[in-house]
Write a protein that binds this ligand. Structure first.
Ligand code: NOJ
Length: 744
C-alpha cells in the first residue's frame, strides 16, 4: 500500500476545498443548484410569483401590491406578464438587477397570432391545414416578440373545442385531435425556433391544461365533466404533441375537471404531465386560477389554495398572490416541503438559464433590433399569404366567384367593409399602427382596375336599425355584382365571450335577404371567430366565403380570393351546426345503437324530429375554383400485422380550369371494437397544388399508431379486425373507400 506523507495529504485536502469553493458550475443543472443554495426561502417563493405589468390586464387584478418595481427589487417577483417593448421591459429588468441575487425576470405575453404584424386568428389559420404556413406565422410572431423584449408567449392554445358557443374556439385549432396535434407541433416549433437561447426564439406555453374547451354549455370558465377515456383520446393528444415538440411550459386551466380544479389537479400535473410524460419545464397557473379555487368551493382560503396548487405541481402563480402570501407559512407548518418549493424554483430557473437571461438579462432589449425586425416586407407578405390560405369557400353556385374582370361596377355592402384595426381580431396586441391594417375596401380598391366601386354600410353588426337598408338596396341595384361583408364583431369571440345565440347577429341576415332579392350576383363574406348559424344565407346566397378575422392583410387577402389571383383551398377545422340546438356536434362521434340512415330519418333513430341530422357544413369542407377528381385507390395489401403497414395510394387530378390546392383527407373507422370507436377519424392528409389537368399519385401509410386507441383501462391498444378506409375532400365528401384487416 502506498503511504501518503501527511504534508501532501494536507495540501490535497486544501486543494479540493479551494477548487470546490471556486469551481464554476458548468451545466445548467449545476448552475441552478449552485444558485438555489444561495437563495433564502423568501427569494425562492419570489421566483414562483408572477404579476401583471402596468400596461394591460387580461384578468381581474385582485390586490394592489403597491409599487411593483419595489417588490421586484426585494426579490419577490419571478415573472411579469403583459408588458411589451424594449423600453418598458428594460425598466422592470433594471429593478430585478437591483435585487440581492440579480435573478432576471421572465417577461410573458399573450402573443397569440402575431406581435406587430398580425396574422389570422388561430382557428382561421387552422383552416389552412398548412403546417408550414402555421409554423412560419409563429416563427415571425416569435422573431418580432423577442425583438420587443418578450421571452415567453402564452401560446399555443391547444384546447380541442366542439362547442362554437365557447368564445375561445377562435384561439385553437378546432375539434380534431389529429389535426390539432400537428398544428400544436408546428406552433411550438415556430415559436421556439432553433431552441431557447436564440435571440429570435420565445418560449412557448401549451394551454390550458386541461379540457378547458369542454366547458359545459360552451360557457367560459365552466366546469368540465368528462370520462377519462374521452380525455385521453380527444383532449390530451395536442398537449402531448406540444410536449414532444419541446414546449417549455404548460399553463393549467380555470375549469374543474370532474370536480377538481385543474390548478390543484395532482392527476393532471404530476401523474400525467411530470411523471408519465416526463415534462421538464414548468407549469404556470392561469390568471388568478389558484385563488379562484375558493370560489370553486375546493378550498377555504388562499392559504389552502396555495397548498393544494403547489403540492399538485403548479409551479408559478399568475396573479393570485396565493404563493407569495402563504408559501412561507405553509413551509413552516410543514404542509409544503422545501423539496417541493425547490423543485418548482429549479424548473423556472432552468428556463431562465436556457433563455440566456443570466448571461445577459437585457439580451432581448435591443432598441435597434426592435426597429429593424418589426413589419418587414417579407413578414407582411407572409401575413397576406397566411390570410389567403385561411379563407374557406363554403359555397359557389353558378361559379359566381372569382369575380369577372368584365364587371364594371362592384358594390361593397355591410358593416365590415371599412373596418381597419378590428381586422386584427381578438387577442391582438396594440403594437404597430392602424394604418398597417388593410380594410376590405382598400384591398378591393387595389384590384378593381377600371371597375367602379360602390359602398353602403347597410346595417350595424348588432344594432337592429334598418334605416340603411334602402341605400344598400339602391347601391346594389347599380352594381354588376355585390359583395357583402357581414359577421360578428371581432370582440364577440375570445376569452369570456361565449354566446348562447351564435346566429349572424342583428338584422344582417335580413339585409342579405333584401340584397339577394335584387337578383344580382351576391357574394357573402362572413367575418367571425367561430362557426356561426346563418341558415337562410347558406341556402340562398350564391357564394359564401368564410373569412374569419384575418389580421393586418385581411383586405388584400380577401381581394386576392375574390378576384381569383388566389384560388381558395382552406377546409373547416370544426363542424358548423344548423342551429345551436345541435351543439355539441362533431364529426368523430360514435354511431349509437339507432343511427339515422338518412338525413331526415326520425323513425326511432337518434335524431331530432325538427332538424336534419347532418351539420350545415362538415368538418373538412371547403371548395375551390377548380374541381378535383379522386381515382384509382390501391392498397398494398388487404391485411397487416401489428408491426407491419399498408400503403394506400390513389390519383388526384385537377380537372377544372384553375390551378389550385386540395387537402386530400384520410379517415379510418374501426368497424367492431370494444369499447366502440368513432364513425370516422382523420388519420392523415396531404395538401398539394395541381395545375389544370395535372394528376399526382398520393400515398399514405397505415401503421399501428393510426389504429391504436385507449381502452377502458386507459391502455393504448390495438384490436385485430376490420377497418374502413375512406379518402375524400371532406368528412362528408368521401370519394374512395376500401376495407382492410389488422391481424393478430
Ligand atoms: C387568462 C387566459 O385564460 C390565458 O389564456 C392568458 O394567457 C392569461 N389570461 C394571461 O393573459
Amino acid at each position: 500500500m502506498t503511504r501518503i506523507n501527511p504534508i501532501t495529504a494536507a495540501c490535497l485536502v486544501c486543494f479540493i476545498a479551494i477548487s470546490a469553493t471556486y469551481a464554476q458550475p458548468k451545466s445548467i443543472p449545476q448552475k441552478v443548484d449552485a444558485l438555489i443554495k444561495k437563495m433564502t426561502l423568501a427569494e425562492k417563493i419570489g421566483q414562483l410569483n408572477q404579476y401583471n405589468g402596468d400596461w394591460a390586464a387580461t384578468g381581474p387584478v385582485t390586490t394592489d401590491v403597491g409599487n411593483k418595481l419595489d417588490a421586484i427589487k426585494r426579490g419577490e417577483v419571478g415573472s411579469i406578464l403583459n408588458i411589451v417593448g424594449v423600453q418598458h421591459t428594460r425598466v422592470f429588468q433594471e429593478a430585478a438587477m437591483k435585487s440581492r441575487l440579480k435573478i432576471p425576470l421572465l417577461f410573458g405575453q399573450d402573443v397569440i397570432h402575431g406581435y406587430s404584424v398580425t396574422f389570422p386568428i388561430p382557428l382561421a389559420e387552422a383552416a389552412s391545414w398548412d403546417l408550414d404556413a402555421i409554423k412560419k406565422s409563429a416563427r415571425i410572431a416569435a422573431t418580432e416578440a423577442a425583438a420587443g423584449g418578450v421571452h415567453w408567449t402564452f401560446a399555443p392554445m391547444v384546447d380541442i373545442a366542439r362547442d362554437p358557443r365557447w368564445g375561445r374556439v377562435m384561439e385553437g385549432a378546432g375539434e380534431d385531435p389529429y389535426l390539432g396535434s400537428l398544428i400544436a407541433t408546428a406552433r411550438v416549433k415556430g415559436f421556439q425556433g432553433n431552441g431557447l437561447g436564440n435571440l429570435d426564439a420565445v418560449m412557448a406555453c401549451a394551454k390550458h391544461f386541461t379540457a378547458y374547451g369542454a366547458a359545459i354549455g360552451g360557457r367560459d370558465y365552466n366546469s368540465v365533466d368528462m370520462s377519462l377515456r374521452t380525455l385521453w383520446e380527444f383532449y390530451l393528444p395536442p398537449f402531448k404533441a406540444a410536449l414532444d415538440a419541446g414546449v417549455g411550459t404548460f399553463m393549467n386551466s380555470f375549469n374543474d375537471l370532474n370536480g377538481t380544479p385543474a390548478s390543484a389537479s395532482h392527476y393532471l400535473q404530476r401523474d400525467i404531465l411530470k411523471n408519465k410524460w416526463g415534462f421538464k419545464g414548468f407549469v404556470v397557473s392561469d390568471w388568478g386560477s389558484i385563488g379562484e379555487m375558493i370560489n370553486h368551493g375546493y378550498v377555504k382560503n388562499n392559504y389552502e389554495a396555495a397548498e393544494a396548487a403547489i403540492n399538485a405541481g403548479n409551479d408559478m402563480d399568475m396573479e393570485s398572490r396565493s404563493y407569495i402570501n402563504n408559501l412561507a407559512k405553509l413551509v413552516a407548518a410543514k404542509k409544503v416541503s422545501i423539496a417541493t418549493i425547490d423543485e418548482a424554483v429549479k424548473r423556472i430557473l432552468t428556463k431562465k438559464y436556457e433563455l440566456g437571461l443570466f448571461d445577459d438579462p437585457y439580451r432581448f432589449s435591443d432598441a435597434e433590433r426592435e426597429k429593424r425586425v418589426l413589419n418587414t416586407p417579407e413578414t407582411i407578405a407572409a401575413a397576406r399569404d397566411a390570410a389567403r390560405k385561411s379563407i374557406v369557400l363554403l359555397k359557389n353556385n353558378n361559379k359566381v366567384l372569382p369575380l369577372s374582370k368584365n364587371d364594371k361596377s362592384i358594390a361593397l355592402i355591410g358593416p365590415m367593409v371599412k373596418l381597419k384595426k378590428e381586422n386584427k381580431g381578438f387577442w391582438a396586441l396594440d403594437v404597430g399602427d392602424e394604418n398597417q391594417v388593410v380594410s376590405l375596401y382598400e384591398g378591393v380598391q387595389q384590384h378593381t382596375g377600371n371597375a367602379k366601386l360602390l359602398y353602403a354600410q347597410g346595417c350595424d353588426v348588432t344594432d337592429t336599425t334598418r334605416t340603411g337598408f334602402n341605400e344598400a338596396y339602391k347601391t346594389a341595384m347599380q352594381a354588376d355584382v355585390v359583395v357583402m361583408a357581414m359577421g360578428e364583431r371581432f370582440d364577440m369571440t375570445g376569452e369570456a365571450k361565449s354566446r348562447s345565440n351564435i346566429h349572424l347577429p342583428g338584422v344582417q341576415e335580413e339585409l342579405i335577404k333584401a340584397i339577394v332579392a335584387t337578383g344580382k350576383p351576391v357574394v357573402v363574406l362572413l367575418y367571425a371567430g367561430r362557426p356561426m348559424v346563418f341558415d337562410w344565407t347558406a341556402d340562398h346566397a350564391p357564394a359564401i366565403l368564410y373569412t374569419w378575422w384575418l389580421g393586418n392583410q385581411a383586405g388584400n387577402a380577401i381581394a386576392d380570393v375574390l378576384f381569383g389571383s388566389y384560388n381558395p383551398g382552406a377546409k373547416l377545422p370544426i363542424t358548423f351546426p344548423r342551429t345551436e340546438g345541435q351543439i355539441p356536434i362533431y364529426y368523430n362521434h360514435y354511431n349509437t345503437g339507432r343511427p339515422a340512415h338518412a338525413d331526415n330519418d326520425v323513425n326511432y333513430t337518434s335524431a331530432y324530429i325538427d332538424l336534419l341530422n347532418s351539420p350545415k357544413f362538415a368538418f373538412g369542407h371547403g371548395l375551390s375554383y377548380t374541381t378535383f377528381k379522386y381515382d384509382n385507390l390501391k392498397l398494398s395489401k388487404k391485411s397487416m400485422l401489428k408491426n407491419g403497414n399498408i400503403r394506400v395510394s390513389f390519383d388526384l387530378q385537377n380537372i377544372g380550369d384553375y390551378a389550385g390546392e386540395e387537402v386530400a383527407q384520410l379517415y379510418l373507422r374501426d368497424v367492431v371494437s370494444q369499447p366502440v370507436r368513432p364513425v370516422k377519424e382523420l388519420k392523415d392528409f396531404k395538401k398539394l397544388m395541381l395545375q389544370p389537368g395535372e394528376k399526382k399519385t398520393i400515398t399514405f401509410t397505415i401503421t399501428k399508431d393510426k389504429l391504436a386507441f385507449y381502452n377502458d383501462k386507459l391502455d393504448w391498444i390495438t384490436q385485430p379486425g376490420e377497418f374502413n378506409l375512406m379518402i375524400g375532400s371532406a368528412s362528408d365528401d368521401i370519394r374512395l373507400q376500401n376495407n382492410f384487416n389488422l391481424d393478430n
